[in-house]
Design a protein around this ligand. Sequence first.
Ligand code: SMG
Ligand code: MG
Length: 371
Amino acid sequence: MKLERVELLHVSIPLITPFRTSFGTMTKKDTFLLHAVTDEAEGWAEFAADPQPLYCSEFVAGAEIVIRDFLLPRITALPELTTATVTPALTSVKGHELAKAALETALLDAELRAYGMPLAAYLGSIRDRVPAGVSVGIKNSVPELLDDIERYLAEGYIRIKLKVEPGWDVEPVRAVRERFGYELPLQVDANTAYTLADAQHLRRLDDFGLLLIEEPLEENNLRAHAELQKLLATPVCLDESIHSARDAASAIALDACRVVNVKPARVGGYLEARRVHDVVTAHGLPVWCGGMLETGIGRAPNLALAALPGFTLPGDTSASNRYFAEDITEPFVLQDGHLSVPSAPGIGVDPLPDALAHFTIGTRELHAIRK
Ligand code: SMG
Ligand code: MG
């Protein structure tokens, strides 16, 4: 495969409702797509992080520079361009997993399209649909939260995740249990909002039969998560702290988590995400697929991954209309609480030209070979 050009499309898509977490409120999905054109096929990918480095250290403007100045030059120097050669060529650049994931995924998409192979088949996925959970942001009041959850359950979502922070944790969880019962699969995500000093408070969540508590403490602090896990009956799940399969192995060895949220972008792409799945599954622990409020371009490959056998818990892979009135691709629609895994080659979806034109606020040519 020969790389002819890589185009960056900066897109901005309004969210149907603001999404509030312990670190801020999102009102739009503002990121970029990568469009890789090779002599054999074209590929697409979405950068998963936000304009500000609040969920993780990477951010939209920084990732553009990293890809343009440090990652792409290493790819274009390769004598043979395949996904197998791309990933090792990027390892000398430290960190920047989300930027690497965007580039690797665009090239993997092109390569798989050239082979006519769907990403799900390439990864070894075994299902043609995956159960959908929904991540519910922090609300102004408990009644507002309960109304939202009622609507999501009526739509068919089969697992609810509540975003929590100090001051919005035990009471909303109790209210959800009282209203919807203990059978509802329920979990919480703190996005690093607590410290070990909150352990006794977090223990109160043990009364509510949660599936897991996600990233309660600061990012990368495996020791503190292990200390917390000793005090909690609720399984700790790590998200922000897991950047690789090696991190997952360390976290499990330390008993810093008993569940792992796999976000392909956070671990550098789908190949490493598959390895995270393999390591965690080999330890007999469950994994599930996280989300970054992706457009259809990012959602499609996540669904392919979530169809691997070890993904035994529902993910945050919700339908397109949970986020957007209009998506950049054909929307993913909830059917009986599930989303279909794309079956066309590569990531299996393309941007719709009109929607892409409508939501694109800038384009940059990152690399073009003059012929
Ligand atoms: O894609 O539905 C989604 C969002 C799921 O809660 C979600 N993601 O920490 O897991 C997480 C967050 C990160 C994004 S918050 C802006
Ligand atoms: Mg999370």
